[in-house]
Design a protein around this ligand. Structure first.
Ligand SMILES: Cc1ncc(COP(=O)(O)O)c(C=O)c1O
Length: 379
């Protein structure tokens, strides 16, 4: 879609990226130049594969504060974005031909990593309250009865990309309980959980906070709360999985950018995440509520959409029979872009769905863009 999206004046609900207006550019420039001047030989050298110890310790504190009591420097590895964590996990946990379960819909980057490792992806319906755990149980049983290896589940329980849905406490507990009962490994991908809109209503604690037996592998990232250009993210896993992840990372890139992660550590230490989170939350809350109001006004009968309480995305179900892929060119010609939903479904469904990111555009542009979009979709 890249050539389409470069058209000048286009209102884009397509790119799933944080707004550059939330990046603390001047502070990062100051930190970077001070680090290079004062500590150049260290921050321009290779680092260890596990990564910057200061940043790891800061991340461990944050995870413990969110209930992941077992997080510790020994089981944490810093990665070049959580996308790298997903890629390494797929290499470590999946053999070609294994069945891996994912949500319908799910994050395409995660699915790509799993496919690249040779996984056969089997989807499980995502309800408004989280993944359908009974369906997952049935599908695991079917796969195992057929003699297949089926042990890994990929889930994004908080403000999911692409749907904006968050699993409630009950869904998290039943997913974890099923994982215990059926000996499953849960990959919990969690880059959005600090971006919640109502300061009094944080999302439920991560599934990793329930883990007693090393079966949740947790991925977090600074991309949405600091900036993605520093590629600062982490995996937290059992000591055994962490050891294999470290070997896989060594083979992939030896170490993440020493400079990026040193900057990220200073930024977190200085409060550039914590002090700015309230304004980042307000920033996205306003954009989301503008989009929801506009949808309420403009969407034709038969449409439904999610009402996220955090994250960057609203997910729209169009009336049956409208294929969002076939409407994209007309929408772009009219000046608005979105991502058709079908590629987020591993089972070939979802033709009448689309993802709208409210992160990039100003509220006025969001309002006009939704009017234009539904003008096109209704025609
Ligand atoms: C669900 C999910 N996981 C992982 C990533 C990758 O994030 P990063 O590699 O920037 O940490 C993204 C990026 O949008 C995402 O939406």
């Amino acid at each position: 879609m890249a050539p389409l999206l470069s058209r000048p004046g286009l209102v884009s609900f397509a790119g799933g990226v944080p707004s550059a207006a939330t990046f603390p550019v001047d502070a990062i420039a100051r930190i970077a130049s001070k680090l290079i001047r004062d500590d150049g030989p260290r921050v321009l050298q290779y680092g260890t594969t596990r990564g910057n110890r200061d940043l790891a310790a800061l991340v461990v504190d944050r995870l413990r504060a969110r209930g992941v009591a077992w997080a510790a420097p020994e089981n944490l590895m810093l990665t070049s974005g959580s996308q790298q964590g997903l890629d390494l996990l797929a290499r470590v946990l999946v053999d070609p031909g294994d069945i891996v379960f994912c949500e319908l819909p799910s994050y395409i980057g995660g699915l790509s990593s799993l496919w690249a490792a040779g996984a056969e992806l089997v989807g499980v319906r995502l309800t408004e309250r989280g993944p359908d755990v009974e369906e997952l149980e049935r599908k695991v049983a079917e796969a195992r009865t057929a003699g297949r290896t089926a042990r890994v589940v990929y889930t994004i329980p908080t403000f999911q990309n692409p749907s904006g849905i968050s699993a409630d406490v009950a869904a998290r507990e039943s997913l974890y309980e099923l994982a215990e009962r059926l000996d499953l490994i849960l990959i919990e991908d969690d880059p959005y959980s600090e971006v919640y809109f109502d300061p009094t209503e944080p999302p439920p604690p991560p599934i990793a906070s329930l883990d007693r037996s090393g079966r949740v592998v947790y991925l977090g990232s600074l991309s949405k709360v600091l900036c993605p250009g520093l590629r600062a993210a982490w995996t937290v896993a059992s000591p055994e999985i962490s050891r294999y992840l470290e070997l896989a990372k060594e083979g992939a890139d030896l170490c993440s950018s020493t400079l990026d992660h040193a900057i990220a550590a200073e930024a977190v230490k200085e409060g550039l995440v914590d002090d700015r989170l309230p304004s980042i939350r307000r920033f996205y809350a306003e954009r989301c509520s503008t989009m929801l109001d506009a949808l309420q006004r403009e969407a034709m009968p038969g449409c439904s959409w999610t009402r996220p309480t955090g994250g960057l995305f609203v997910w729209v179900n169009l009336p049956d029979g409208i294929d969002a892929r076939l409407m994209l060119d007309a929408a772009v010609d009219a000046g608005v872009a979105y991502v058709p939903g079908a590629p987020f479904f591993v089972d070939g469904t979802g033709a009448n769905t689309l993802r709208l990111a409210f992160s990039k555009e100003e509220p006025d542009a969001i309002d006009c863009g939704i009017t234009t979009l539904f003008g096109v979709l209704a025609s």
